[in-house]
Write a protein that binds this ligand. Structure first.
Ligand SMILES: [Zn+2]
Ligand SMILES: [Zn+2]
Length: 172
């Protein structure tokens, strides 16, 4: 971490590497911990068996047991994207903690039938909630331009990651 990449959060005082994360991970994690709808019932594996008319995913059972650990892992290691469909930000982590991220449930099935390898937190600042997804779906949405990744700040000498969807980091 070079000096130019060191960022200090004005909200919580956390110091982090701006060339690794565009936003303060501690603030993200705190917000997710305190969000009452973070794990919605339809994505909660402890409520299975439970058939619903639409296809959906549940997160891994470990997420329920070690919620803080999973939240901190996504906040620190997830890749942040601007979602051009919803005009907000998402954080995606492939194989959180090296494990299965969750599983998929087809329409009208009571239980999951296939594994998923990634966790995604959508609307990370305002109404954050988590579910499981396949990384190939995420990669498609990046390729199609729906999800825009962070780049490098275009201010000369600054190596911070941009706020996704813009050309500059949070301090420029
Ligand atoms: Zn902070
Ligand atoms: Zn910058």
């Amino acid at each position: 971490m070079t000096y130019s990449s060191r960022r200090t959060c004005l909200q919580c005082g956390n110091v982090w590497a701006g060339d690794e994360l565009p936003f303060c991970s501690r603030c993200l994690a705190d917000g997710w911990e305190n969000a009452s709808g973070f794990i919605k019932p339809k994505h909660n594996p402890t409520l299975l068996p439970w058939p619903l008319p639409k296809k959906r995913s549940v997160v891994t059972y470990d997420f329920i047991i070690d919620k803080s650990l999973y939240i901190n892992t996504i906040a620190n290691d997830g890749d942040i994207y601007f979602d051009t469909y919803y005009n907000n930000f998402s954080s995606v982590l492939n194989q959180p903690l090296g494990m299965t991220a969750g599983s998929g449930i087809p329409p009208n099935f009571p239980m999951p039938t296939y594994p998923l390898d990634s966790q995604i937190v959508v609307d990370i600042f305002n109404n954050p909630h988590v579910y499981a997804e396949n990384i190939t779906i995420i990669d498609q949405e990046i390729a199609q331009g729906r999800l825009i990744p962070s780049g490098i700040c275009d201010v000369p000498g600054c190596f911070n990651l941009t706020i996704p969807g813009t050309n500059k980091c949070g301090i420029h």
